[in-house]
Design a protein around this ligand. Sequence first.
Ligand code: COA
Length: 108
Amino acid sequence: MCGASWYRADGEILAADGEQIIGLSALGYFENADGPYMFVMMTGVDRAYRGRGIALALKLVAIRCARRYQAKFLHTSNDAENAPMLAINRKLGFRPEPGNYRLLRPSL
Ligand SMILES: CC(C)(COP(=O)(O)OP(=O)(O)OC[C@H]1O[C@@H](n2cnc3c(N)ncnc32)[C@H](O)[C@@H]1OP(=O)(O)O)[C@@H](O)C(=O)NCCC(=O)NCCS
């Protein structure tokens, strides 16, 4: 992963409680015809630490990272029913775009 073209070490943002890693926001660097952009691939917080604003803080640092790379935009994706993540993304100014539908068939 560290050798991937999109990998940036400072795009792997960790939250720690002492020695214990309790949260992560990971973003990658990409380019298209308009220039550089970044993609937040994953934000997660240990269950015991949720609801304290840690994901919001991680994502603010992710935005700072995207600015450092002069990204034209910052993209992310999440499940349409993931209310906490949607709340954070809305608060930070992410705008919804049409997404994908996943069709699941229960095993028979
Ligand atoms: C999504 C996740 C990262 C949030 O982490 P967190 O540190 O608890 O988030 P924060 O405390 O910064 O903010 C959560 C916000 O969601 C809100 N929220 C929580 N549950 C909610 C619900 N059911 N409906 C609406 N809003 C909700 C909180 O009120 C808070 O907003 P506020 O600060 O305005 O009150 C965490 O739940 C997680 O790790 N989930 C599993 C991984 C995941 O789904 N990641 C996202 C996809 S990549």
